[in-house]
Design a protein around this ligand. Structure first.
Ligand SMILES: Cc1cc2nc3c(=O)[nH]c(=O)nc-3n(C[C@H](O)[C@H](O)[C@H](O)COP(=O)(O)OP(=O)(O)OC[C@H]3O[C@@H](n4cnc5c(N)ncnc54)[C@H](O)[C@@H]3O)c2cc1C
Length: 523
């Protein structure tokens, strides 16, 4: 029986197999030749004491044959072309739904409004350099969805370890580094994600799936609370089962569902700014040293505070990252962050967002689209204040707290540019006040965090979907439309790459259960 050993290693030895073996031998008081093999199952940083060390949990084999760990991933099965599921959206939810369909022997037929990753990159360059927003090809829309040009952080609160491992193993199968299986805070990086996504696309195509790019869902036909056909680029396509995985920024889809009287509901979300510090400041706070050296990764943080009964918290923190223009339409400004696999940029950015409750929204006027309207108004204001370009309004952190427009601004990683503004003019008062309370409180927890070297960028508004597409808890069918399976972040059932991927797989499984049930009922 293999044993589990817990060891501490210097940062420079944490990824060195020879040093890991030496530490295991010493920990178990055995001879080196008695250790037949070992592998890391968990690796995290312990920064509580000096010197900072890595903590490793290692599976070890002593005087017994070594067996390599297995990493079960999604596999291919011969598909039955007569059994097809239509999937709208090729983000993490749509991709993993398609992969799962193939494993289940069903043909996935995917429609994605955006372009393939390589072509999409050109539109991102235009957005960043020329401020041109393509409403179908941007940081949120296109092959791989919003996750493609992200940090690729792979945390989730999902409790089902099996599902989580299946997603991580599948990412490794398609080219992600194996360290994501063991690191406590796994991430892939923007530079590595596109190739993984291309590999997934090829696998789906080679195994009988169809993927159509530049193909936007434009309408739905309903008969007796069942979708009979979808319209893609205004062309009618008969449809038996539909997985809708269009993400939280597909406002036209929410509008379409509402127009068709397919129930949707407003849902709480969060909104605020993206704050950027020099990475050095965050390293010094977290590692309590002047310089983190060559072996510790750029430090991250996670902050949360209640201010007068309202939550304010850090969101999607990107160490060594870049702030990106994430608008999906022309008259709006939206930011988010990404980082490359090495996280080697000199800035640390993070969303700093305030909870928006249903009671803050004008549901009487806008119904289930009230959250979308709330986001839109603030994004539009940001666009106006940024000079009707993709420049963003920005303010130094302490200046914001003191309601003072900054005389000048520190350097920012946000390439389109930052215009010095008073961000109190962007947000409703309750948002600005809560943000101020949060920043002050975070400055008490981490004094160096509270600095005018930090720059706030407005607006971070797409943290999660402001709409839920309600579905049955067990069957995953829409509450009224039985062959519609709302999936992923846009439907309100995921928040992040991994949870969206898990939800996509579950929706694919649900289509089979529902089809089997109706087959049994017919026969
Ligand atoms: C810059 C950035 C950084 C991020 N960093 C991280 C991170 O590090 N870790 C993390 O977990 N999460 C991160 N996220 C969030 C993460 O990307 C999302 O949670 C995740 O992608 C949601 O997956 P999804 O499949 O539900 O939706 P999406 O990824 O939004 O995919 C939806 C897809 O549907 C398509 N679509 C929309 N409308 C239509 C239509 N009418 N017809 C056809 N297709 C349509 C879109 O083009 C899109 O490709 C980041 C997001 C951004 C923008």
């Amino acid at each position: 029986m293999p044993d589990i050993v817990e060891i501490f290693l210097k940062p420079e030895h944490a990824y060195d197999d020879e040093e890991i073996r030496k530490a295991v031998v010493s920990n178990k008081h055995i001879r080196a030749d008695e250790l037949t093999g070992c592998h890391v199952i968990r690796r995290s940083i312990d920064a509580r004491k000096k010197p900072i060390q890595y903590f490793l949990r290692v599976e070890v084999f002593i005087n017994e044959p070594y067996s390599l760990p297995t990493y079960p991933s999604l596999e291919a099965k011969t598909i039955n072309p007569d059994k097809a599921v239509h999937i709208i959206g090729f983000g993490p939810a749509g991709m993993f739904a398609a992969l799962k369909c193939i494993e289940l022997g069903i043909k996935p037929i995917v429609f994605e409004r955006g372009k393939q990753v390589k072509e999409r990159r050109r539109d991102l360059a235009k957005l960043t350099r020329e401020h041109v927003v393509n409403p179908d090809s941007n940081y949120c829309f296109g092959e791989g969805g919003a996750g493609t040009y992200s940090d690729g952080k792979l945390y989730t609160r999902s409790k089902k370890r099996g599902d989580l491992n299946l997603v991580l193993n599948t990412l490794v199968k398609f080219g992600a580094p194996k360290t994501i299986l063991t690191d406590a805070h796994p991430h892939i990086g923007t530079n590595k994600l596109p190739l993984i996504i291309e590999n997934m696309r090829e696998f789906i195509l080679q195994n009988g799936g169809d993927i159509h790019f530049n193909s936007k869902l434009t309408d739905l036909e309903l008969e007796n609370d069942t979708i009979s056909a979808i319209h893609v680029n205004n062309e009618r396509i008969p449809c038996e089962q539909l997985i809708l995985a269009t993400g939280h920024s597909a406002r036209d889809i929410f509008e379409l569902l509402h127009k068709k009287s397919i129930a949707i509901e407003a849902k709480p979300f969060a909104l605020g700014v993206r704050v950027e510090h020099p990475q050095k400041i965050i390293d010094q706070i977290q590692y309590k040293c002047k310089d983190r050296g060559d072996f510790l990764p750029p430090a991250s943080y996670s902050l949360v505070q209640q201010v007068n009964g309202r939550g304010v918290y850090s969101f999607c923190m990107c160490p060594g990252g870049i702030i990106a223009p994430c608008a999906t339409d022309v008259e709006e400004v939206v930011v988010n962050g990404w980082s490359p696999s090495k996280r080697d940029n000199p800035y640390a950015n993070s969303g700093m967002v305030v909870e928006i409750k249903l009671s803050d929204l004008d549901i009487d006027q806008y119904g289930p689209l009230a959250g979308v309207e709330f986001q839109k108004q603030i994004e539009y204001k940001s666009w106006l204040m940024g000079g009707k370009t993709q420049k963003v309004p920005g303010q130094r952190l302490i200046d914001f707290v003191q309601k003072k427009t900054s005389r000048d601004l520190p350097k920012s990683s946000y390439i389109p540019g930052v215009v010095s503004s008073n961000l109190w003019d962007v947000f409703p008062d309750f948002v600005a006040k809560t943000l101020r309370g949060g920043l002050k409180a975070f400055g008490k927890k981490m004094p160096a965090y509270y600095t005018n070297d930090a720059l706030l960028h407005a607006v971070e508004s797409r943290t999660s979907s402001p709409v839920r597409i309600p579905r049955d808890k067990e069957s995953f069918q829409h509450l009224k439309v039985s062959n519609l399976f709302p999936s992923g972040e846009g439907a309100g059932y995921a928040g992040g790459i991994v949870s969206a991927a898990i939800d996509g797989m579950r929706c694919a499984e649900a289509t089979v259960r529902v089809a089997d049930k109706s087959q049994t009922a017919k026969s």
